[in-house]
Design a protein around this ligand. Structure first.
Ligand SMILES: CC(C)(COP(=O)(O)OP(=O)(O)OC[C@H]1O[C@@H](n2cnc3c(N)ncnc32)[C@H](O)[C@@H]1OP(=O)(O)O)[C@@H](O)C(=O)NCCC(=O)NCCS
Length: 413
């Protein structure tokens, strides 16, 4: 029987979730989840692969905004819920769903698509590259003191609509300056603070603290969940940091210092942080803070490479003609070559489709990986190769795409 890819109807939500649940090996309550998500989802972006009336593949997206080097924010499509039933996998169903979504995203004017990959090998063929590495940081709280003295203050905040709005405002101010960060969906703030029961897993239960600067302005927050641990009848508790965001160095330092000083706590653990945290530099013993579990973080695909490359800032001047190859799975059903002339500089960039001879031919996924400046282009091309038509063009492109401030996406979905 043939497979048809189409946007599903609202009443098909439980069947769509049923299919997702079996492929994800997550036996969640599909009826409860369906009730929760129906008012939240934009059904023109919820794709199903149907065999007759049976849903055998799922894929959905929502509108987001990606902060770029230089501070511009680009409309994008955040992709999730990607699955194909094990009875139907490896027949090209995902490939067709990607094609449908990428076509629709381009029509909506979204120049990039972003996602988190369950398995590394899935998305490169569709033009996605891992763009903003992340790591888990572990701080041995008793193994160090902090250098700077903070001038601000920390206060406890009960999860409430007021404290939710306060941290949302801090996050909103912060994300404007952080390349790689995404606009968050409104309802996630209630989930993050346990103000809304989660139908997907346990409802958040933890503690929220806010930081104020010397003038009383809120400029940072931390959310964490404690984990009880005892060794030799002594408390060695762990604080699992879900989020720590600060608008300035003082708030950043004060929040870490606060965590390290919580009584009975031996270890602070923060997942999905940037690999190059400032934290060790604040410590009298930098070895007390250690990154581990490096991950590939957010994946980015350039759906409209010319628009995407024109929107970011570059730290140096450069003139390059790039030819980016998008494989047959990337959204059109056939291989596409985007040939673009990039004229970049610190004051801005232009990027236009061109028929000039390229300096460099490379895979679109490599460009996606290097796009936010946190992955070296010369490394990213290793996966699928590169053709340098003008000697030195790869080195030039590599230094053009690199950014002094590495990207980081703290928003997981
Ligand atoms: C990942 C998944 C959606 C792939 O769906 P699918 O319909 O089998 O994918 P396709 O048939 O379109 O595959 C296209 C190509 O990708 C490859 N591919 C697909 N999934 C892959 C995987 N997990 N690892 C390596 N390669 C994979 C296929 O082999 C195929 O390659 P080919 O063109 O060289 O033959 C499906 O296996 C699945 O549901 N997995 C479990 C849930 C999951 O991990 N979802 C992703 C969440 S981010």
């Amino acid at each position: 029987m043939t497979i048809k890819i189409r946007a599903i109807r609202e009443e098909e939500t439980p069947a769509w979730l049923e299919s997702l649940s079996s492929s994800f090996l997550e036996p969640f309550d599909t009826v409860k989840v369906a009730e929760e998500v129906r008012p939240l989802w934009d059904y023109s972006r919820v794709w199903g692969a149907l065999e007759g009336e049976t849903i055998v593949g799922t894929f959905r997206s929502w509108a987001t905004e990606l902060t770029l080097p230089g501070g511009e924010r680009l409309p994008g499509s955040a992709v999730a819920g990607v699955s194909v039933r094990p009875t139907h996998h490896r027949r090209g169903i995902l490939t067709e769903m990607v094609a449908a979504e990428h076509r629709a995203a381009r029509e909506r004017g979204e120049a990039v698509a972003v996602l988190y990959a369950s398995e590394y090998a899935i998305y490169g063929r569709f033009g996605y590259g891992p763009s903003s590495p992340c790591a888990t940081w572990t701080l041995d709280a008793s193994g160090t003191r902090f250098h700077p003295e903070s001038t601000g203050s920390i206060e406890f905040a009960k999860p409430s609509t007021e404290s939710r709005d306060a941290i949302r405002d801090i996050f909103e101010a912060w994300r404007l300056g952080q390349a790689g960060e995404l606009r968050r969906r409104d309802f996630t703030w209630d989930l993050d603070l346990g103000l809304r029961e989660s139908v997907w897993g346990p409802t958040w239960k933890g503690y929220l603290y806010l930081h104020r600067d010397a003038s009383g302005q809120l400029d940072g927050y931390v959310r964490y969940r404690p984990e009880e641990k005892w060794t030799q009848r002594q408390p060695r508790n762990i604080l699992n940091v879900d989020e720590l965001h600060a608008l300035n160095d003082d708030a950043y330092s004060a929040l870490w210092q606060f965590l390290a000083n919580v009584d009975t706590v031996a270890t602070i653990k923060a997942e999905r942080r940037r690999p190059a945290e400032r934290l060790p530099w604040l410590l009298t013993n930098a070895r007390a803070a250690e990154p581990s579990d490096m991950g590939d973080g957010l994946w980015v695909a350039l759906l409209d490479p010319a628009q995407a490359l024109a929107a970011r800032a570059y730290e140096r001047e450069g003139l390059l003609v790039l030819e980016a190859i998008q494989g047959a799975g990337g959204g059109s059903g056939r291989e596409v070559r985007h040939r673009i002339a990039l004229e970049a500089g610190p004051a801005g960039a232009t990027c236009k489709v061109t028929d000039r001879a390229p300096d460099l031919t490379l895979d679109l996924a490599a460009l996606g990986a290097a796009y936010l400046g946190g992955v070296r282009l010369r490394d990213a091309v290793a996966a699928r190769g590169v053709d340098e038509h003008r000697p030195g063009a790869l080195v030039e492109a590599d230094s053009l795409f690199a950014a002094a401030d590495p990207p980081w996406c703290s928003t997981f979905f």
